[in-house]
Each structure stands twice: as structure tokens, then as C-alpha cells.
Design a protein around this ligand. Sequence first.
Ligand code: PLP
Length: 367
Amino acid sequence: MKKIPLLDLQAQYATIRDDIRQAVDNVLEGGAYIMGPEVKKLEQEIAEFCGVKHAIGVANGTDALLLVLDAAGVGPGDEVITTPFTFFASAEVISQLGATPVFADIDPKTYNIDVEQVRAKITNKTKAIIPVHIFGQPAEMDELMKLAEQHNLFVLEDAAQAIDAEFKNKKIGNWGHAGTFSFFPTKNLGGYGDGGMIVTNDDQIAEKVRILRVHGSNPKYYHSMIGYNSRLDELQAAALRIKLRHLRDWNDARRQKAAIYDELLKDLPVVTPYHAEDRRHVYHLYIIQADDRAGLMNHLKENGIATGIYYPVPLHRQNVYESLGYGVGSIPISEKMADRTFAIPLYPELTREDQEYIAQTIRNYYK
Ligand SMILES: *Cc1c(COP(=O)(O)O)cnc(C)c1O
């Protein structure tokens, strides 16, 4: 039987093996293993790639969010509005700083935070908004920035799933006051371990996060803030620099394969992704909806096709947030989508033949 994974990182490695080995060997021979020349170069290259003034490497995508919020002054008594239809880290960092996450519902088509729902949740305690470009599709950044300006709110783009995505021809990470990326291995630009990056055009935020990532010190051993140990290491940076050269093409391949699925699945009783206007969607995941999700996922599994649910429990319904008091039905669209959506395999190396097999397997389920 065929076996198709959700993502095939070994297939990707096979295409860049020699370059990665050379880059890793250079670091090992060079003797600088944390925040050395490779990190500096990667920061410059990412800044240039995104068209932003500053890029600052950190230990992972969660820390990237945390350090930005800390630098923006988020703390106890503050409220930060975000989406519950995301990975836990988007809200976790708010709580880690002693602030309160406030959840606003999503648009049922794009799965991104709904600007009108955000507007309805603003109070005099609101300090910031964290839109998440979920599955690689940019959120409605122009309307969101307008709203934020009206209320003097800080906007942090969680772009962990969306590096190289664009909204109205401008790269994401460039719309908010800051943006963050994750280099977790499964992300569109993934390392061989953990890594993250902050991008911003704001000089003050950039300076603060640079200090925060090294225990709040500047210069070394002179501490002006309580900070973190959150550095990017050289091996990751060296590998990421190799991969960054391919990112645009890899994302284009994801987009092409997504379009092929759209076509192959269009007359079946599943809902394929909605691609909103004026956006470069980088398809971190290809998400479909089905009435009988469990049945269809099981049928795919029995035919060797991996699938995954992103994410089964919306954040306002997580046990740890029970005290926030969001009951069942309080954020209805996010709850509905958490029950209906799942990902099918999508990665740059996926073959047309495999896509046809996957589509045929879905078709057989509905026969
Ligand atoms: C992956 C991810 C993160 C966290 O990144 P890590 O590098 O794993 O810490 C944050 N937000 C979203 C939306 C993510 O997908």
C-alpha cells in the first residue's frame, strides 16, 4: 500500500544535502556556536527578504512572541485580543506576562480573526492585538491596523505559519508593529531544531528585544532589565540560510499543489480552502472541512494517507482557560471549525500522482 505522510522533511533534505552538510561543517570548524556570524547574516537576509528594518533571531517562535509583548510593555491588568483558532503559543505568551487573553471569533472562510469581532472585544484595558496568519493565509491587515490606530493598540503579527506570505503586495511581518516567525522543523522555513525570528520597523522594539534575548544585558554582564535566555544558534542559522534561498520556490510549489487539490476536489462534498483576494497564501497546511470528519480521516488512514487536526480544541475551551469563563457556544465559528477541519498532505515534493491518489481515495469514500 502507498504511504503518504503529511509532510516529508527527508525528501526535502535529499534535495539540499550537500549544501547543508557544507554549511554545518563550516560552523563546526569555525568555533562560534551561538549568535555568531551566521545568525547575523540570517538576520540581515530575513530583514531584506521581508523588507523590514530589523530582524532579531531568538530561540523559537514562542519566545519571539513573548519578547515582543514584553518589549511592548504588556503586563498584569492588560488585555490582549487574539484568535482561539490557533496553536496554543499565541495565547500562552499573553498569560505568561500576567495579562489576560481575550478571544475574538474568526471568519468562517479564511479562518483568520474577524476584525468586527475584535472591535466588539476592545475595552479600556486592551493593550494589543495578535492576529495569526493561520495556515499561511494573511489576516485582514489593513482593516485591523485602522482599528488598532483608532484605539492606540499594539499589533503583533504571529506569522509562524506564514513566512513569505503577502497582503496587498506587502510581506506579512511588515503590517503590524512587529511580526514573528517560527523555524520549528515543520514550518515552511524550518530548521533542524528550534529557532525563531522577530521582525519590526520600530527601532525601540528592536533594541529592547535584542537586550531581552540576552538576559536583559547591554553590554554583556551589565543588566538593565529582567530578560530571557533566548538565542538562536549558529547551526540552525547556517541551515536556515541555505533553505531561505529556496523558500520562494518551495512556497510557489505549495501554492501550485494547493490549486491542483482545489481542482481535483471541487465536485466532492468537502469544503476546500478559501483563497481571499489580494493575498499571497503560502499554504503551510491544506485544510478541508467534512461533515463526517472522523469517518473520512479513518478512510484516508486505512489507505495509507496521513492527516492531522489543527487544532482539536479552540483555545477558549482549553482546560487551563476555564477560569476565563467562555462556555460552550461562546465563540461559535471557531468551535464549529475545530470540529470540522483537518489537513491533508501538502509539501513541495508531493507528486501529482500522490495528489490524484489522495483525491481518488476521498472520492471513493463518498461513493
Ligand atoms: C509553531 C507556532 C508557534 C510557536 O512556534 P515555536 O517555534 O514552536 O515556539 C506560534 N504560533 C503559531 C501560530 C505556530 O504555528
